[in-house]
Design a protein around this ligand. Sequence first.
Ligand code: ZN
Length: 302
Amino acid sequence: MTAASIEFVEVGPRDGLQNESTPIATADKLELIARAIGAGARRIEVTSFVNPKKVPQLADAEEVCAGLPDRQDVTFIGLVMNGRGAERAIATGRINQLGAVAVATDRFAMANQGQTRDGSVDAASEIIAMAKKAGLTGQVTIGASFGCPFEGEVQEDVVVAMARRLAAAGPVEVALADTIGVANPAHVRSLVTRVREAISPLPVRVHFHNTRNTGLANVWAAVEAGATVVDASLGGLGGCPFAPGAAGNVPSEDVVYMLERAGIATGMDLGKLVEASHWLAGVMGRKLPGMVAQAPAFPAAA
Ligand code: ZN
């Protein structure tokens, strides 16, 4: 079932930066986006239209959008949690795709967006409908698909049923997110297979956090099980307020190294990603979790 290529989605500008307490300049966010495009990214989650009081780091969503390069070949994704956020994203005129989030458990859905699980499915479906009405596309992510910080284990049947309902709203794909980084490859293989069968021909996207160092193994298991779209964050930046710890998203450069070396095309230029990761470490003023950027190039450049 393993595809010959996957579609890569850079989420660093949003998921990567969201939980950074030090404000990052809008110009640096735009440089991060430009570098991701330069490295080959054609889908980028650029910001989130949430309450700036709740996520001060993304309070410049409109400014980031105003500074986006004029690239018809790049899909700029704006994450939104509700109709108000969707209206803001659409009003920028620069966002191509709305990203909606449904959450697999009631308690996490309540903490994350003040809704029940079913309420989050309804809200995400409405956001997808708003996107389509405005001439945009919509995508949806099922948060806490592999485990919940409040309720613990999440039953696969629950996630499969949610994916079916969300697919009916007409997104470009349905994503399974390991929001708190508890998934393991066997679980990933099983759930990706079941959701893929449930929503076919819609693609499955995966979103992994490396909180417990299983992130890359989970990406591999997901791709083997037929996931064809993979989220990653440059340098491995990104955390979750409900999952304290150093590690963030799976690092873009580590994902690209692994897949390309295994013969799965990503459309990304690893050398440029590594350069961008070094640049980002300078902006952040610290070493980033990604490992490929810290290792010698292999095979060595000619
Ligand atoms: Zn995430």
